[in-house]
Design a protein around this ligand. Structure first.
Ligand SMILES: *[C@@H]1O[C@H](CO)[C@@H](O)[C@H](O)[C@H]1NC(C)=O
Ligand SMILES: *[C@@H]1O[C@H](CO)[C@@H](O)[C@H](O)[C@H]1NC(C)=O
Ligand SMILES: *[C@@H]1O[C@H](CO)[C@@H](O)[C@H](O)[C@H]1NC(C)=O
Ligand SMILES: *[C@@H]1O[C@H](CO)[C@@H](O)[C@H](O)[C@H]1NC(C)=O
Ligand SMILES: *[C@@H]1O[C@H](CO)[C@@H](O)[C@H](O)[C@H]1NC(C)=O
Ligand SMILES: *[C@@H]1O[C@H](CO)[C@@H](O)[C@H](O)[C@H]1NC(C)=O
Ligand SMILES: *[C@@H]1O[C@H](CO)[C@@H](O)[C@H](O)[C@H]1NC(C)=O
Ligand SMILES: *[C@@H]1O[C@H](CO)[C@@H](O)[C@H](O)[C@H]1NC(C)=O
Ligand SMILES: *[C@@H]1O[C@H](CO)[C@@H](O)[C@H](O)[C@H]1NC(C)=O
Length: 782
């Protein structure tokens, strides 16, 4: 607003002229009244401050409300803002039959307002509100109820409404930003085409939860505030009592910043901003297009393309940027990388990573992207390397953020094609050459036949495959004997009904319930979200290892999906939830005998993983949440074999309470090799939870009981084992036996822990179990 030129004197004269001649200050616009575009006539409010009529837009005219009594004509409301401008001689008409319409010279009329009832008069009020009345002089429509980008004193933005910025100072069509008064009580700024939520928001009053009827209000003294039905919730600005006549308006500007302006009418000055939601013009998300980032230059926002990119529209730097090289494969035939990585420090982006790696240096992070054909950019921050595909949005420079970005750029053709210097080209002797030609010739012929044969076979197979795909649609089958089967993503979408029913969420990601139609088999589909960007081959071989496990105490893997970065696992569905569900909730708790059975089931499952399956599997994450209960409440272990696919820190549970590690064996923290004994430790903790039917850490209990392992050892030493099972009647010798096994399992020193085979024998057997030492006693000796 401040940038546009204005000619106070000229306008002053003009307005005086118009007022004196043609303009009438209508307090009442009667049916049959009309305005014509290009005539410079408008309907003024009684004081002459506001006017309703045509204003110039591009080469034509738009209809709206503007401040006429000020130096600079200021548009505050636009009718049908996204309609194309009308040309000269269009008429704006309040018809005698109660409609309010715009009639262009040619073409169809459009309505300016859609009142609930037919209008019998209209009025431009001194508040800046244009209203239509019915025959009883009741307001049936008002411009204040449908704001565009401006809020005037006395006007209110109600819950569910939004202000939307204009494209430019002169084009009042829908622009890039919106300010929404949300139904949750929060006033939030977003890019215009975005979802609502933290990801896209760039400013808010943080008043969420304040009720569903919060409104944004502006008072005559310039006070901007939030109100719930009865209370003043938050003053955004203080009222100011300037000398003389001052008017205010609040506007969501073209640049996405919401500002409060004032103007002293007596001085015929300019609009001066009093308050704004942001001081940096780079703050609004989306101010720059995709693949570009915002930097401040002389306090103005400037959009710069990421390396290797040019502006889509060279005349519009906010248009976003596109690659200036053609993307192909990552390597050429020589094994040289076709791309280099260009750094760009201290920029912030919307994180849209398809994979996150734990890598300690930014250079290794850049290299990880360089070698990955899906990766076009990488963001390195907080020790995490986030691989991105393009486009990237919401980029802005952020000095001192310690966030590093690298972008892939194509190596120019001439360098790419150059002969590698480290491979000297020896000129072969003539004789050798002829022999070589002969060999090459023969091989070529042989090769040609081979190719022919293979492609023939492939064509046949691909036909068969297409055929199968078609016949399989809506008809996905599962042959349990051939598991694990590779599913396509769309098949799993169908199986889970587009991931409709989420049944749980673990350290890997969400789990959904699904049904394989043909077998009427209910399955659980686990979507791995935090998997290392492992090669497909590692993933598949891991799936084969897991798929080959068959044991009644292990959850069966039926199949998996591997498509691009999507990795999903299909498991048998366990109707009774996890052990945590039945153990830590008061209803339906298992009896002592049932609990002993569950302990044996778990131990047998672990025994199979450790000693009986083809490839030894260390689970690394045994906890009640990973032990599932089938329909007969038989325990089965899940999530085994996944540890290798995960970021190393994700399987570890930290509780943040002194001396405890949850289910994680101490060697994890001491950088000692992790062996099968780590699982024995976790099993010991789970066993204690099963015995006592409580969590390993429960801070709601008295301090000496809060940490289960310490409390159990104390009770064991003091011969108060009955305390552990509460009011349940259990033979104390049975409790003693279980507790001793558990205490042996949780020895700090891995070599003191029994193997799981021994554990199972101790749990099942009747012989004596030696007295366990204090779990931590060995700690001080090593
Ligand atoms: C309307 O005003 C503009 C300047 O604001 C002027 O150029 C034009 O000639 C005027 N038109 C009429 C019909 O008065
Ligand atoms: C306003 O901007 C929109 C979108 O860019 C464009 O379609 C329209 O023609 C513009 N109007 C004028 C009058 O320039
Ligand atoms: C508008 O009407 C006037 C008078 O009827 C005419 O002289 C002028 O050419 C018309 N303008 C356009 C753009 O048709
Ligand atoms: C309005 O806000 C006040 C203060 O936060 C609160 O006590 C009151 O319940 C709210 N009223 C409604 C209708 O939400
Ligand atoms: C919403 O709040 C406004 C005041 O902010 C009040 O006038 C109106 O009655 C309230 N509406 C409801 C449904 O509570
Ligand atoms: C907001 O300002 C008004 C007027 O100055 C005052 O009465 C009210 O208490 C203030 N409200 C809050 C929440 O600070
Ligand atoms: C591509 O953009 C880079 C800047 O990032 C520039 O150095 C290079 O010359 C551009 N190449 C072409 C073909 O425009
Ligand atoms: C950019 O502007 C120049 C001159 O204003 C014009 O000739 C050119 O066509 C424009 N380019 C595009 C892509 O709009
Ligand atoms: C990589 O280089 C090779 C050899 O020049 C070429 O065949 C391949 O298409 C290139 N890939 C890209 C990125 O263009």
């Amino acid at each position: 607003m401040a940038n546009t030129l204005y000619f106070p004197l000229l306008l002053l004269l003009l307005s005086a002229f118009l007022t004196a001649t043609a303009q009438q200050r209508h307090s009442n616009i009667s049916p049959g009244s009309s305005l014509t575009s290009g005539s410079n006539l408008s309907w003024l409010s009684p004081s002459g401050l506001y006017a309703f009529g045509f204003h110039q837009q591009g080469n034509g005219y738009a209809v709206g409300i503007f401040l006429a009594g000020v130096a600079e004509k200021t548009i505050v409301w636009t009718a049908n803002r996204d309609d194309p401008p009308v040309s000269e001689n269009a008429t704006l008409l309040l018809t005698t039959d109660g409609r309010f319409v715009l009639k262009p010279m040619q073409g169809y009329e459009t309505s300016i307002a859609n009142p609930d009832e037919l209008a019998s008069s209209a009025s431009m009020l001194d508040s800046g509100n244009f209203v239509l009345y019915n025959s009883d002089q009741r307001i049936v429509w008002q411009s204040f109820e449908g704001p565009t980008e401006t809020l005037l004193p006395g006007q209110r933005l109600t819950a569910g409404q939004e202000l939307v910025s204009s494209i430019s100072q002169t084009n009042h069509s829908t622009g890039k930003f919106r300010l929404r008064m949300q139904l949750d009580g929060n006033l939030v700024s977003y890019p215009v085409k975005s979802l609502e939520g933290q990801r896209d928001a760039f400013w808010s009053t943080k008043t969420y939860g304040a009720g569903d009827n919060v409104t944004l209000n502006l008072d005559d003294d310039g006070r901007l505030y939030l109100l719930n039905s009865s209370f003043n919730l938050r003053n955004l600005t203080k009222g100011v009592n300037f000398q003389g006549r001052t008017i205010y308006l609040a506007k969501l500007d073209v640049d996405g910043i919401f500002r409060l302006y004032s103007q002293n009418l007596d001085e015929k000055g300019n609009w001066s901003p009093l308050w704004s939601t942001s001081t940096s013009k780079c703050d609004p998300k989306g101010i720059c297009g995709v693949n570009s980032y915002c930097i401040l230059k002389d306090l103005e926002a400037k959009c710069v393309c990421i390396p290797g990119h040019n502006h889509v529209d060279p005349n519009d730097s906010t248009s976003g940027c596109q690659r200036n090289y053609t993307a192909g494969s990552c390597e050429n035939e020589d094994g040289r990388l076709n791309y280099t990585m260009k750094p760009l420090d201290d920029t912030k982006w919307l994180d849209n990573s398809y994979s996150i790696l734990t890598i300690s240096t930014k250079d290794d992070c850049a290299a990880a992207c360089q070698g990955d054909c899906n990766c076009y950019a990488v963001i390195f921050e907080d020790g995490l390397c986030k691989l991105q595909s393009l486009p990237l949005s919401y980029g802005r420079s952020s000095p001192g953020s310690y966030s590093f970005a690298f972008f892939k750029v194509g190596v120019p053709e001439n360098i790419r094609k150059g002969v590698p210097a480290d491979r000297p080209s020896k000129k072969p002797s003539k004789k050798k050459l002829t022999v070589e030609i002969l060999i090459i010739g023969v091989s070529l012929v042989a090769f040609a036949f081979l190719v022919l044969a293979i492609s023939g076979a492939l064509i046949y197979r691909s036909n068969a495959w297409t055929h199968k795909m078609i016949s399989n649609r809506g008809n996905i089958e599962l042959n349990e004997d051939l598991a694990p089967r590779a599913f396509t993503y769309s098949e799993l979408e169908e199986v889970t009904n587009s991931f409709k029913e989420e049944i749980g969420r673990g350290s890997f990601g969400a789990v959904y319930k699904g049904t394989i139609q043909n077998n009427q088999k209910v399955v659980a589909v686990k979507r791995l979200e935090k998997v290392l960007a492992e090669g497909e081959r590692e993933f598949q071989s891991e799936m084969k290892v897991i798929g080959r496990t068959h044991h009644r105490n292990l959850v069966r893997l039926y199949g998996y999906c591997l498509e691009g970065t999507k990795r999903l696992l299909v498991y048998e569905y366990m109707s009774n939830g996890s052990l945590a569900n039945i153990l830590f909730t008061s209803q339906n708790q298992p009896s002592w005998d049932e609990r002993v059975g569950i302990s044996l089931d778990i131990a047998r499952g672990i025994l199979y993983l450790h000693e009986e399956c083809e490839t030894r599997i260390v689970h690394c994450d045994i906890k009640p949440q990973n032990i599932l209960m089938d329909k007969c409440r038989c325990a089965k272990i899940s999530d085994f074999g996944l540890a290798k696919l995960l970021k190393p820190d994700q399987t570890r549970t930290f509780t943040g309470i002194r001396g405890t590690r949850g289910y994680v064996a101490p060697e994890w923290h001491r950088n000692l090799p992790v062996t099968v004994k780590a699982d024995v430790y976790s099993f010991g903790i789970v066993l204690l939870e099963i015995i006592c039917r409580r969590r390993t850490v429960d801070s709601s209990l008295p301090e000496d009981e809060a940490i289960l392992e310490e409390w159990v050892y104390q009770c064991y030493e003091n011969r108060q084992l009955s305390k552990l099972v509460g009011d349940e009647q259990v033979d104390e010798r049975k409790v003693d036996r279980m507790v001793k096994v558990a205490l042996w399992c949780i020895q700090e020193e891995p070599s003191l822990r029994p193997s799981i085979k021994k554990v199972l024998l101790m749990l099942e057997g009747t012989g004596d179990i030696p007295k366990p030492p204090s779990p931590t006693s060995s700690f001080s000796t090593i």
